[in-house]
Design a protein around this ligand. Structure first.
Ligand code: GLN
Length: 285
């Protein structure tokens, strides 16, 4: 069958299988995976719909489909994800960047005019490096440091910086929050793990089976990482510096209490495109 399996036929077959399996976006997933297996730009899928897949391409399509049917996200199957219009490679230690996290990037970039001249940005729990690198891509005078406790994340973020041409302004290092850091930064950003353990059962299989659990779960109440990183971040901020934290939709008050307890002045809440509170900001002092 493989020798007369066309691009269009493969898209239709995968769409049907994905629909029957209850996946959320069956046709989109089918198009992306067939396009990648056939090395075709998405815009060429229709123009080439009658082209037969080679035996090798057909094998790749089958392998991709089998992985997707086990709920592996398309981004993990292909090994990369677009975030803030930039391409990021993923690996087993990195959270798959979420569109929601673009709220944090945009909140940081909104401060550019308040922080003229060369500025230093610290990203705690950097993962793919997507937050820091997206910020640096639009803030030419800024340089930054990303910290992650997973060595594989540090490797991945370093590679992403190189692929995006940002190596001269971005460094990545293994570490536990701010341990061992002596420098002070103008902005500290973080998207820490914040899902409460009890919510694991409610997560989509795409997330809970494939995102690294240390990047997802923040202990019993989801706030464990904030309890560690907020006091650790305080001495690492310049006077007048700003801490910007991604949070879960119901965590603004809990996180702001932790900020106040550590001596920060909570300053604003920022909503994501779905209308959920996604970022809180706080000043030092
Ligand atoms: N926002 C992610 C989700 O809801 C969680 C990432 C995190 O805990 N920082 O799946």
């Amino acid at each position: 069958m493989a020798h007369d399996w066309t691009i269009g036929g493969a898209v239709n077959d995968l769409t049907k299988e994905f629909t029957e399996a209850g996946l959320d976006t069956p046709r989109l997933d089918a198009r992306i995976l067939v396009g990648a297996a056939g090395n075709l730009e998405p815009s060429l899928l229709f123009a080439r719909a009658d082209r037969a897949l080679s035996a090798e391409e057909a094998t790749t399509v089958r392998a991709f489909a089998a992985r997707r049917l086990k709920h592996e996200p398309v981004s993990r199957i292909l090994g990369h994800r677009e975030f803030w219009g930039l391409d990021f490679k993923l690996n087993a230690a990195t959270l798959d960047p979420r569109p929601d996290t673009e709220t944090l990037v945009s909140a940081a970039l909104a401060r550019k005019a308040q922080y003229p001249g060369p500025r230093r940005i610290l990203d705690l729990g950097t993962g793919t490096g997507c937050i820091l690198l997206a910020i640096l891509s639009e803030w030419p005078e800024a340089t930054g440091l990303g910290i992650d406790r997973a060595p594989q994340a540090v490797e991945g973020a370093t590679d992403n910086a190189a692929r995006l041409g940002l190596t001269p302004r971005a460094a990545f290092r293994e570490g536990n929050w701010c341990d061992g850091l002596e420098e002070r930064f103008d902005l500290i950003v973080s998207n820490p793990p914040y899902i409460a353990l009890g919510e694991a059962a409610a997560l989509s299989p795409d997330v809970v089976r494939f995102d690294p659990h240390p990047a997802l779960f923040g202990g019993e109440d989801g706030l464990e990482a904030y309890r560690a990183l907020i006091p650790a971040a305080k001495p690492r901020l310049q006077e007048g510096g700003l801490l910007l934290l991604e949070i879960g939709a119901t965590q603004a008050e809990g996180v702001e209490s932790l900020l106040v307890a550590a001596g920060f002045a909570p300053e604003s809440r920022v909503f994501d495109l779905g209308g959920k509170t996604r970022v809180v900001t706080a000043r030092f002092g």
